[in-house]
Design a protein around this ligand. Structure first.
Ligand SMILES: Cc1cc2nc3c(=O)[nH]c(=O)nc-3n(C[C@H](O)[C@H](O)[C@H](O)COP(=O)(O)OP(=O)(O)OC[C@H]3O[C@@H](n4cnc5c(N)ncnc54)[C@H](O)[C@@H]3O)c2cc1C
Length: 420
């Protein structure tokens, strides 16, 4: 059986590993249009200020299935699903028995005057980080559009190089998807302490140039900020071009069934390119989370090699990060408002914050700032849709542990733990 995988990142490499495990003799070709070897994408901001090397981020990816035909710098352009053929940019082609589309996502560039010019970067690839590092060497002022995960990580990286950094965010708080008002306020201090300027409720009107050199950014309110480097971090869009060329069904992402199979039985998909469902709300989502991509890759790969594994959906929000040395974990429905069965419990002590969101007898969301040790067990309760009514008291206390959960009845979580 010949397996072809497009995309050599979290989903593609996990799929290759799963195929190799089930079918040691299978032929596996894996294509990437990037020229760097597979690497752990969340760490690329550290390349900007040399905190990590390319070797570090490759090693950390732990994406190492053996006996692969890995082809770098190859862009798959056209899918002829009728004849099981994949065509490349350079007029070459490849046949397949089973195909995995793991093409991930690409940053969105809003339609703003000058935002497509030289000196404006997005941060998605190792090459992007190298490009930013090169320009950052001579930069004094950087302006970042978007105070989400990418914007914040970029800002801290550039501050490490001594660059004056401003972040411009349209909404009323930083990291608006992951944080609520209270936790955003805690991080606003951390960010200010790092010398990063935050401008809320604004966006770019234009990026201004002298010749090919950026000089400033003008905001919607007319304020002009000095700039010689600009980064746009306003979200990503699934890379669907290949899937669409093959007539596969797409919406926001590539549509798949529970086995991660597309509407063509020979073609599977995994990772950020897929439209799956939110495990908490059941709503359709396109996940942007490394561990979700790995899990989807494993399941798709197993199914491609003849297994029968199901994927039940992803957390639309499952994020752990550290900003200015302060850790935060957000999981599930962190923005839900109280009422209609939703109850919210919050507790703040200095730089430490805890928010638990309950819906009826279930825990559906969580933010932990500062002390994040119990995040894993909370996450299991959310994922399992566990009835926590008998545990409410322990959950709100600080000594809750897995034993409380086990003692409250027979548990699916035992299987979850045993599966590793
Ligand atoms: C700076 C940054 C920080 C992040 N931080 C976190 C974090 O803290 N936690 C977290 O969970 N997630 C984080 N993420 C998101 C995480 O990296 C992604 O969810 C994950 O990489 C998705 O994996 P994937 O395999 O689906 O796709 P991708 O990693 O996007 O890989 C897809 C690959 O396919 C290639 N490709 C696309 N089209 C073609 C084609 N036609 N032919 C050949 N190759 C093609 C792409 O170039 C790419 O190499 C971060 C991402 C970035 C950029």
């Amino acid at each position: 059986m010949k397996h072809v995988i497009v995309g050599a990142s979290a989903a593609g490499m996990a799929a290759a590993e799963a195929i190799r495990k089930r079918d040691p003799g299978a032929e596996i070709v894996i294509l990437s249009n990037e020229t760097h070897p597979p690497y752990y994408r969340p760490l690329i901001p550290y390349l900007i200020y040399n905190e990590k090397t390319g070797e570090d981020i490759s090693r950390q990816a732990r994406l190492t299935p053996s006996n692969l035909d890995l082809r770098l710098g190859v862009h798959a352009t056209i899918l002829d699903s009728k004849n099981h053929i994949l065509a490349f940019e350079l007029a070459d082609s490849l046949s397949y028995d089973r195909l995995l589309i793991a093409t991930g996502a690409s940053p969105i560039r809003p339609n703003i005057s000058g935002l497509d010019g030289p000196g404006v970067f997005t941060l998605r690839t190792w090459a992007d980080a190298e490009g930013i590092a090169k320009v950052a060497k001579d930069a004094k002022h950087a302006v970042i559009l978007g105070a989400g995960r990418i914007g914040m990580k970029s800002a801290f990286a550039l501050r490490h190089l001594g660059i004056e950094v401003s972040i411009v965010e349209l909404l009323d708080r930083i990291v608006p998807q992951q944080l609520d008002e209270e936790s955003a306020a805690i991080f606003a201090h951390t960010v200010a302490d790092a010398g990063i300027k935050i401008i809320l409720g604004q966006t770019f009107k234009t990026v201004n140039y002298e010749g090919k050199k950026i000089t400033s950014v003008t905001l919607n309110n007319g304020v002009e900020l000095k700039a010689d480097l600009v980064i746009a971090g306003v979200g990503v869009r699934a890379n669907l071009e290949l899937a669409t060329s093959g007539g596969l069904r797409t919406q926001k992402g590539l549509l798949v069934n529970e086995r991660l199979q597309t509407n063509d039985a020979h073609i599977f998909a995994a990772g950020d390119v897929v439209e799956t469902k939110d495990i908490v709300s059941g709503d359709p989502i396109v996940s942007g989370i490394w561990t979700n991509a790995v899990e989807m890759g494993r399941i798709a790969g197993d199914n491609m090699a003849g297994g029968i594994s199901n994927y039940n959906g992803a957390f639309s929000l499952l994020n752990a990060m550290e900003l200015g040395g302060l850790p935060v974990v957000s999981v599930g429905e962190v923005q839900a408002l109280p009422g209609d069965g939703v109850e919210i419990y919050t507790e703040r002590k200095g730089q430490t914050y805890r928010k638990l969101v309950f819906y009826g007898n279930r825990l559906i969301g969580l933010i932990l700032v500062g002390q994040i040790e119990r995040a894993g067990i909370y996450q299991i309760l959310i994922r399992e849709k566990a009835d926590v009514s008998a545990l409410r008291h322990e959950l709100l206390g600080h000594r809750f542990h897995y034993g409380h959960y086990l003692l409250s009845g027979p548990r699916k979580a035992d299987q979850y733990f045993m599966a590793g």
